[in-house]
Design a protein around this ligand. Structure first.
Ligand SMILES: [Zn+2]
Length: 316
């Protein structure tokens, strides 16, 4: 694609809204949050294995967004359509879901927990204050633990996301996600596996190292998954009240705006907390006309070509 300036344009609201459309416009995102809350309850009471709960929450969020995108497309040109780009997005989603994400959660995060526990034990033996497991206030009421854990994980992820837009080799990896000239639910899954690993280490890894309880982390994952799916929705949803708090599609489209200056905002993965604190929060009534970034493959070459191009750019 060719990046150009991103003049603001309004969403397409061509036809008169029917009752189902109005319901979807106002209700789809709250319904997604209700799914996340239900998943949190299921995790808390252990109604099902955690992995099954996470998968069910993601499928439910995707279904809600797909329905919203079909009924109320925000930009017709951004629809998920048969193309080489869609093949890349589907491949990326498969690699993330079947390989990178399980690998990270089943090997890297336990490794972080183990290292933290070893460090804590060593320091406790030497008479010092325990590090690693033991620093998270797990005796607090659950809602406070969730808020604290969310703020901590978001700080780590905000930091690495901002770095990814400034450090050359990180941008080479992260640009793979910004490459598409559209923002829709499917290309939200276009993420370089290395990008996913550092994102998870910076957020979940930090919590694991601090000693946050497993159910707290699982609840955050469910909530984060739902928000992330909606974050890329190419749907004309009413998100006014949520835009102050959460990383919604209204805000995230500006993060994908073509042009360096436009994209340097709204780095939050789930919460907008640290964008408010560090002055990178941007809210506009309209959306950017052009999203994406020039200079990244693949144009039509495929998933592996895109990763190879990123690796070349990182080492150049
Ligand atoms: Zn970014």
């Amino acid at each position: 694609m060719t990046a150009s300036t991103s003049a603001s344009v309004s969403p397409e609201r061509a036809r008169r809204a029917s009752f189902p459309d109005t319901l979807i416009r106002w209700g789809a995102f709250p319904a997604g949050l209700a799914v996340a809350a239900l998943a949190a309850l299921a995790l808390h009471h252990r109604w099902m294995p955690a992995m099954a709960v996470q998968m069910a929450a993601m499928v439910a969020a995707v279904l809600l967004v797909v329905i919203a995108e079909r009924r109320l497309p925000f930009r017709a040109a951004w629809r998920v359509a048969p193309s080489a780009e869609r093949r890349v997005d589907i491949t990326s989603m498969a690699v993330l879901m079947l390989l990178a994400d399980p690998l990270s959660k089943m090997t890297l995060l336990p490794l972080v927990a183990s290292l933290a526990a070893t460090a804590a034990a060593a320091i406790a033996e030497a008479g010092g204050r325990p590090l690693g497991l033991g620093l998270f206030p797990a005796a607090l009421p659950l809602p406070l633990q969730l808020l604290l854990a969310a703020a901590v994980a978001e700080l780590g992820q905000y930091g690495t996301h901002r770095a990814a837009h400034g450090v050359r080799w990180m941008w080479a990896m992260h640009g793979f996600h910004h490459n598409p000239a559209r923002v829709n639910w499917l290309n939200g899954f276009r993420v370089n596996p290395l990008n996913l690993l550092w994102h998870q280490l910076a957020g979940l890894g930090l919590l694991v190292a601090l000693g946050a309880p497993e159910p707290v982390i699982q609840m955050l994952i469910a909530f984060g998954t739902v928000v992330a799916v909606f974050q890329h929705a190419n749907a004309d949803l009413r998100l006014d009240g949520w835009n102050r708090l959460l990383s919604t599609a209204d805000l995230h489209r500006w993060h994908h705006a073509a042009g360096h200056a436009q994209g340097q905002c709204n780095f939050g993965a789930v919460l907008m907390l640290w964008d408010h604190v560090f002055g990178t929060y941007r809210r506009h009534d309209a959306a950017p006309a052009v999203v994406g970034v020039a200079g990244f493959e693949p144009k039509a070459a495929g998933y592996l070509a895109g990763l190879r191009e990123a690796a070349r750019m990182a080492w150049r």
